[in-house]
Design a protein around this ligand. Structure first.
Ligand SMILES: *Cc1c(COP(=O)(O)O)cnc(C)c1O
Length: 363
């Protein structure tokens, strides 16, 4: 038995311990109501207050401009892959939508969109095994397109956009599932930002969608009601019975983030955490990073040893000392440390020391 496990899983991922304790403490009796948060109506004033508070906290922490709306949408990130073209491709008659292929989720987003719009993939890093963010030149962006879709952080490969593409008047849409709230972002660069909750925000199965106001109102009339962002916005995300528990957890996570000093503070800590692991990778010939250094993520650190046998040995020994869920995604192999906002520095330090020790013993 290990006394303390550090959870490096890519998602559903670890949550702050204080948030988990608060949930436990309030579980049977929410705010003196004598019932649990999951036992009250989604239209009860106590729940609506939680939802509104979550939105207000998100605005406060991110400095989200007033002309952006915050939606809580069903079905995680991948349901939004369908919702995006249904809600936004109708802005142009051609229904042309541009996609950048920077990893598996980026490919899946384009694949799903093909059912509803005219997809054009304008750049891809598939040929180099998604070890980088592909270059996008302004002249590749058709100014008549409905939107340009990117995946800001590629969870499997551990790459991220250091600088977002200039898309002019074409709204930029970003899947930020594996990095929302991990770094400061100027939301004015984006038309839409969305994220499944289970990496930096809370439980799985829902997504947050941030939409610039003027992009609402173009939803295709055949869109299923629960994928209709225009309707979702009008209904304060309460068109049907939403996942009240998930929204309650988001609120607690946002409160925790505020206590940590906000996004600037967490970004600094995230950079330190990632730097510690990359330092070990770069400092030895034993480990090989999956991503090119100038494209590296601070959230997902993917690397390999010389061969699969050593990878397996690494994972087994790491697990035995409480370094949990470090196995790389099946498409990539190797090892992946997901170090989202809640991962403490101590967890990263323990992993870094284990990596150094393992390299010494087996190199
Ligand atoms: C995890 C992930 C997804 C998938 O999210 P689901 O909620 O399972 O649909 C999509 N995009 C990115 C970038 C992810 O990291």
């Amino acid at each position: 038995m290990v006394s303390k496990v550090y959870n490096f899983g890519a998602g559903p991922a670890m949550l702050p311990e204080s948030v988990m304790k608060k949930i436990q403490q309030e579980w049977l009796d929410f705010q003196g109501m004598g019932v649990s948060i999951i036992e009250i109506s989604h239209r009860a004033k106590e729940f609506v207050a939680v939802l509104d508070e979550a939105k207000a906290l998100f605005r406060e922490l991110t400095g989200l401009p007033d002309n952006y709306r915050i939606l809580f949408a069903h079905g995680g990130a991948r349901m939004q892959f369908s919702a995006l073209p249904l809600n936004f491709s109708g802005r142009v008659v051609s229904k042309k939508c541009l996609y950048v292929e920077s990893g598996n989720f980026a490919s899946l987003a384009a694949k799903e969109a093909q059912f509803f719009c005219a997809v054009e993939t304008i750049a891809s890093s598939a040929a180099s095994g998604f070890d980088r963010i592909p270059d996008v030149k302004p002249e590749q962006i058709d100014p008549a397109a409905a939107y340009l879709h990117i995946t800001s952080n590629n969870t499997l490969y551990g790459t991220r956009w250091q600088q977002f593409p200039e898309s002019g008047n074409v709204p930029l849409i970003a899947d930020m599932t594996s990095e929302l709230l991990s770094r400061q972002i100027d939301y004015n660069q984006f038309g839409v930002v969305y994220a499944g909750l289970q990496k930096n925000l809370g439980p799985s199965g829902m997504a947050m969608v941030i939409v610039r106001e003027d992009l609402l109102g173009y939803t295709d009339e055949k869109t299923p009601t629960l994928l209709n962002y225009t309707r979702c916005d009008k209904d304060n995300s309460l068109t049907n019975t939403t996942n009240t528990f998930a929204i309650y957890v988001i609120k607690l996570v946002l409160e925790w983030l505020k206590e940590q000093g906000g996004i600037a503070a967490i970004e600094k800590r995230n950079e330190e955490k990632a730097a510690r692991l990359y330092q070990v990778i770069d400092g030895s010939s034993f480990y090989h990073g999956v991503a090119l250094p100038e494209h590296r993520s601070t959230m997902n650190v993917s690397f390999k040893t010389a061969n699969e046998e050593l990878d397996a040995k690494f994972l087994k020994e790491a697990d035995a000392i409480g370094l949990y869920a470090l196995k790389g995604h099946r498409n990539v192999g190797g090892i992946r440390a997901s170090i989202y906002n809640p991962m403490p520095l101590a967890g990263v330090e323990k992993l870094a020391e284990f990596m150094e020790m393992f390299a010494q013993k087996n190199g």
